[in-house]
Design a protein around this ligand. Structure first.
Ligand SMILES: [Zn+2]
Length: 89
């Protein structure tokens, strides 16, 4: 179980890892590379192969259900999260 508090005060608690606020942040290039590897490897390309590659590049991202902020795993320290607020025009 992981827990992350948003700056608005809402606490996101992940119990099943299927919560709607949980997202992955990954470069499109990595997904493209994965599809090419899958296509080249065919049926020998396993779920483990997928996640061994995918997990090297993914970051955890949370979208706060209360205020909509995005909390993204920090580049500097993977135990910390940077917070992003939608700009209002
Ligand atoms: Zn929030």
């Amino acid at each position: 179980m992981s827990k992350l508090a948003c700056n608005c005060g809402y606490v996101m608690v992940a119990r099943t890892m299927e919560e709607d606020f949980l997202h992955d942040f990954i470069p499109q290039k990595v997904l493209g590379d994965l599809l090419v590897k899958w296509d080249e490897t065919g049926t020998k390309f396993s779920c483990d192969d997928f996640f061994n590659y995918y997990n090297q590049f993914r970051k955890d991202a949370y979208k706060c259900p209360s205020c909509g902020r995005i909390l993204l795993q920090s580049d500097e320290d993977s135990n910390l999260f940077d917070s992003y607020v939608k700009e209002v025009k």
